[in-house]
Design a protein around this ligand. Structure first.
Ligand code: IMP
Ligand code: MG
Length: 173
């Protein structure tokens, strides 16, 4: 596995993270935000984003995986690590690395809504709109990308490449 090209540089990422934070600061002014990072891919993005937030934040992490049933998703979400926080009346911002088919994010939002938050929004660093199988739309998106497999800045391919500073396209051969 090799990186065939750099898609988004660390400088472009930093600029966009700042812009997203500005938007979030304005939208949640005076509120306390419960930021939930979805493991493992979101951890670097979350770390950079929250350090630009001026609103009060609590930070929690959640581990999830979608059950695969052959090639079809079975409709269930497996929680591998749950929150240590009650979401009742909380303003929740879910942090994702990438929304691809949209299946994971849509199920996650549906599941967390049942915990009675006051509001729930999703912020994803990357979005592959062309791969969507449902009508899920993230509230904040860093970059729209083509249908290519990307790694770096937290995103992995078979567990590797998360530590890269830039986001690159992987060539699998
Ligand atoms: P979805 O349910 O298809 O939207 O899956 C989203 C998840 O698939 C992300 O949280 C990633 O873990 C993974 N994923 C999708 N596309 C990529 C990619 O290009 N690079 C790395 N992980 C990806
Ligand atoms: Mg993920």
């Amino acid at each position: 596995m090799n990186i065939s090209k750099t898609l988004i540089t660390k400088i472009q990422i930093a600029e966009r993270v700042s812009e997203l934070a500005k938007q979030i600061n304005a939208d949640y002014k005076g509120q306390e935000l419960c930021v939930i990072g979805i493991l493992n891919g979101s951890f670097i993005f979350l770390a950079d984003l929250i350090r630009e937030l001026k609103v009060d934040v609590r930070v929690e992490f959640m581990g999830i995986s979608s059950y695969q049933d052959g090639t079809e998703s079975s409709g269930k979400l497996l929680i591998t690590k749950d929150l240590n926080l009650n979401l009742n009346m909380a303003d929740v911002l879910i942090i994702e690395d990438i929304v691809d088919s949209g299946v994971t994010a849509a199920r996650l939002v549906e599941m967390l809504k049942s915990r009675n938050p006051r509001s729930i929004k999703v912020c994803s660093l990357l979005n592959k709109q062309s791969r969507r199988v449902n009508d899920f739309a993230a509230d904040y998106i860093g970059f729209e990308i083509e249908n290519e497999f990307v790694v770096g800045y937290g995103l992995d391919c078979a567990g590797k490449f998360r530590q890269l500073k830039d986001i690159g396209v992987i060539e699998i051969n």
